[in-house]
Design a protein around this ligand. Sequence first.
Ligand code: PLP
Length: 382
Amino acid sequence: MTTQEPIPLVYPSLGEAELAAVAEVFASGWPAGQGPRGKALEQQLAGRYGVGGAVAVTNCGAALHLALLALGVQPGDEVIVADYTFPAPAHAVKYVGAVPVFADVRADTGTVDPQAVLDLIGPRTVGVIAVDTLGMPADYTELLQITGRHGLFLVEDAACAVGATYQGKEAGALAPVGCLSFHGRKGATSGEGGALLTADPALAASARLMSSFGIEPIFDQAKVVGLPIPVFTEAGYNYKLSDIAAAILQVQLGRVGELLARRNTVAARYGELFADEELAAVPYVPADRTHAWQSYLLTLDPRVDRSAVAAELRGQGIGCGHGTWACHVQPVYDSKQTCPVSADLFSRQLAIPMHAELTGPQVERVAEAVRAALRRHARPAA
Ligand SMILES: *Cc1c(COP(=O)(O)O)cnc(C)c1O
């Protein structure tokens, strides 16, 4: 039993400003989607990311689905997806009846390995979904070269990467189509939420139509004089983000810099506290990119019994987890592929508390507890 306060793995930074924004929506009489707040959020996103088209949607899974629909992916097509990630990209490929082909990742960053992508391109390949793994941007210079040369689309799943950069550019705008998540465990949140970003106006229009049952926004129609009767041109979905969530996100987007600065401080402190730890390696961030620190993953030495360490930490009220998933081993895909690097990271990484509300003493308590647990649960060196 623990006598100390629990330290959660993740914690959303939602406060008075977000509440005040919600109160305004209540008073406006339009809590549904694609209203004034939704539009304002889309403009804010378009400005922040320097793209013409931003479509606010219910979640990143929906954004990925809409992206593949708008890109015209057909049943039987193959889409190459990063293997080490929350499996939303491969799920989206399945939603449209296409086949996910899993690309292994770099051992040092966990992001998709461009050479693995190249090796998997075949006659049925139509595109690639890269993932900014847990907030770390992938290798877009190489990926854009490969997709450009082979006439493939490239989608950036930047679900975890709001605020990260790659070669000076914002994550989310590193590929022709970007998908963001505003789920409660991401760096900016409205509880649930997402967005599709693209510079291609036709693609944005198609995604917006499909996010709204296949008709033009109802809020706009209501303002037209006369009695317009909307026409359904597509069997679209209802993926509209509510104006309540949009209002929360407008506040959260304004706070990205502040919240990321606090997570950067936590990451830097962990870096110092684990610097001489032989049983765990801290994340590696290449010099040409910055991390959004959606999660902080240690890579444990193969001698360490990860589940014993995790059980001990949880017993002390310290949140921890396995990090993310090797997708190719998930039963849903019934894949015959192997991705050894991804499988290895899946077996050895450990997520420790990372969020903007962590205090210095909490970070120190976590590091101390982790280091003690590593010692207790490591086999002696051979
Ligand atoms: C969280 C996550 C998603 C899913 O986001 P939702 O908004 O919950 O649908 C997609 N991709 C990645 C890489 C994620 O981490």
